[in-house]
Structures are given as structure tokens and as C-alpha cells.
Design a binder for this molecule. Structure first.
Ligand code: PNS
Length: 195
């Protein structure tokens, strides 16, 4: 049975749709690790360090307990942290917590190599549309061919089907409200950067 699910993405920035998928995954897998990946094809706006911080803050605001992989810590140790958190949750020690995830960064190399390092059982990705599936399918097939690791696709709430980080970055350059599209810590961060 799948125990550790890795949810990769650029999270540039994390949106309400991303959070919806992460929360759903915490209800399906023993452990969830969200991996902020440096994607050279999607440069711009937010540094990888800020993306990680915003993700951690946004998850915490959703009632998700977050174990952040500390610099220099082994991926295995971060996985163990997530397991300890999940055990604590299962034991019911903290009723305010709805799920537990760890957050890691991947600045180079293949996602599947990271998955092998942390002994992930499955990759989870959100798909909003046929277009998303067309983009994800070759990567999922390639990742499975290389390592045997399966990718599972989750549908977010349809209320978020039109939200993408790309559109959020465009809106961020205007005076329009970002609140419907991104969690509060991200809206605040982007607002401050408007100057
Ligand atoms: O949020 P995104 O940008 O759609 O996520 C895509 C991402 C970062 C998950 C994907 O590009 C990725 O896995 N990149 C790491 C390099 C890699 O493993 N590429 C796939 C080779 S088949």
C-alpha cells in the first residue's frame, strides 16, 4: 500500500487549487511530502526559498502541521519526521491539526531520483483539465518507465479549476484582488511586492 506520496510542483506561487490537492492527499496517504522544484522553464517572480516559506505558512494556515526539511538534513530524516508527525496525528494528540506534510526543495536533478532517495511510493499531481493531463502524461509515463514509480492524478474542487500560478503572476502585476486565488500569506506577500 502506498505510504509516502510526493507532491511536486513549481508553486510559483502556491494557489488555493494546490492547497486543495495537498489537503486531499493528506487524507489518502500516511505521509505526504510536498517538493518545491526549480523548473527552469517557469522562471520568475518568486525565489525558491520564498516559495517554500509561503507554502509552509499557507499550509499552517489551513491547519496542516508542517515539518520543514532543514538545510543539510538528509531526505530520509525528513521522511522520518513526516512519519512521526503522522503517528502523532493518528494518536490524536493534536485535534486542531487536519493533516501532516513535510516540505522539501529540489533545485537540480530528476524528480524520480528525489523520490528514490526518500523512498516515495507514489507521485501525486493535481489535474484541472484535459490540457493539464496532456502536459502531465508524458512525464508520468517517463517517470514510471525509469523507476516504476506511479503517478496518481487528483481532481481539485472545480471552484479552483481556472486558477493557475501563471495567471496569478499576471494579476499580481495589477491592482486587482488576489484573495480568491491564493492563500492569505501569498496575497500579503504579493501585495507588499507591488510596492
Ligand atoms: O508545477 P509544475 O511546474 O507544473 O511542476 C512540474 C515539475 C516541476 C513537477 C516537473 O517539471 C518536474 O518534475 N521537474 C523536475 C525534473 C524532472 O524530473 N523532469 C521530468 C523528466 S520526465
Amino acid at each position: 500500500m502506498a505510504k509516502l506520496a510526493v507532491i511536486p510542483g513549481s508553486f510559483n506561487p502556491v494557489t488555493r487549487g494546490h492547497l486543495d490537492v495537498i489537503v486531499r492527499a493528506t487524507g489518502l496517504f500516511e505521509r505526504v511530502q510536498v517538493v518545491v522544484v526549480h523548473n527552469p522553464e517557469k522562471q520568475g517572480l518568486i525565489s525558491i526559498a520564498d516559495r517554500v516559506s509561503l507554502l509552509v505558512e499557507s499550509l499552517a494556515a489551513e491547519g496542516i502541521r508542517v515539518q520543514r526539511e532543514r538545510p543539510g538534513e538528509s531526505a530520509e530524516a525528513a521522511g522520518a519526521d513526516a512519519l512521526a508527525g503522522a503517528d502523532a496525528l493518528a494518536a490524536g494528540v493534536d485535534p486542531g491539526v487536519v493533516g501532516v506534510v513535510s516540505v522539501a526543495e529540489l533545485s537540480s536533478g530528476l524528480l524520480v531520483e528525489h523520490c528514490q532517495r526518500v523512498n516515495a511510493d507514489v507521485i501525486v499531481k493535481g489535474v484541472r483539465s484535459q490540457l493539464d493531463l496532456a502536459y502531465e502524461q508524458p512525464m508520468a509515463l517517463m517517470n514510471r518507465e525509469m523507476t516504476g514509480i506511479e503517478t496518481l492524478f487528483l481532481l481539485p474542487d472545480p471552484a479552483y479549476a481556472h486558477i493557475s500560478s501563471t495567471l496569478v503572476r499576471q494579476i499580481a502585476a495589477s491592482e486587482q484582488s488576489l484573495d480568491p486565488y491564493v492563500p492569505e500569506p501569498v496575497a500579503r506577500y504579493l501585495q507588499q511586492r507591488r510596492g
